[in-house]
Design a protein around this ligand. Structure first.
Ligand code: GLN
Length: 198
């Protein structure tokens, strides 16, 4: 059964906005494209898409969205970031471009483009105990890695060598990979469950 709402937004400055909108709408959310503070004020949760974090950073400053997003995160609004979106949620970034900023909120250090040039895109299956079975099909595209996790941040998924690729801290959720392009809906469902409960 599809129930109405909740109203959630996808930050629509750059990146794979449409893919997120499709998954969220399929799960019954009322989805708004967020480019302006007024649009952000209308939603109860926000998705930061994959794309290019340095571009989304610059555009968010240009559109006057940086401080409203930081205020929303500080106020406990649930936010789900994938790939570039995870970078934007991180308190600390390694290998960013000169002057690159993040919104922050998640007490983690991410390394941008962590997988090097030959293998900067790959697909794999991940065990994500919090989501149960089956394993998650995960698409990595010039993906970041989570290199340090602060207290209170949970690692939700790891590569077979132990490196962390999905994290959660209360209302903040982030993945190095793109569930929105692999047909995986359980992360978006988890985000919507948190929005509904908030
Ligand atoms: N490498 C990109 C960045 O730095 C992220 C890539 C992605 O979102 N697929 O933002």
């Amino acid at each position: 059964m599809v129930t109405a709402g909740p109203p959630v937004g996808v930050l629509s400055l750059q990146g794979d906005v449409r893919e997120h909108v499709r998954v969220l709408a399929d799960l019954g959310a009322e989805v708004t494209l967020v480019r302006r503070p007024e649009e952000l004020a209308r939603v109860r949760g926000l998705v930061l898409p994959g794309g290019e974090s340095s571009v989304i950073d610059k555009l968010s400053r240009g559109f006057g969205m940086r401080e409203p997003i930081r205020a929303a995160i500080a106020g406990g609004v649930p936010v789900f970031g994938t790939c570039a979106g995870l970078i934007l949620l991180a308190d600390r970034i390694l290998d960013g471009i000169v002057g690159q900023q993040t919104f922050g909120g998640l007490d983690i250090t991410v390394r941008r483009n962590a997988f090097g040039s030959q293998v900067d895109s790959f697909e794999t299956e991940l065990d994500v105990p919090a989501l149960g079975s089956p394993p998650v099909p995960a698409t990595f595209i010039r993906a970041p890695l989570v290199e340090e996790l602060g207290e209170g941040v949970t690692a939700l998924a790891r590569l077979s060598d132990g490196r962390v690729v999905a994290v959660e801290d209360g209302p903040l959720l982030g993945t190095s990979f793109h569930p929105e392009v692999s047909g995986e809906r359980r992360f978006h469902q988890r985000f919507l469950d948190v929005v509904r409960a908030s």
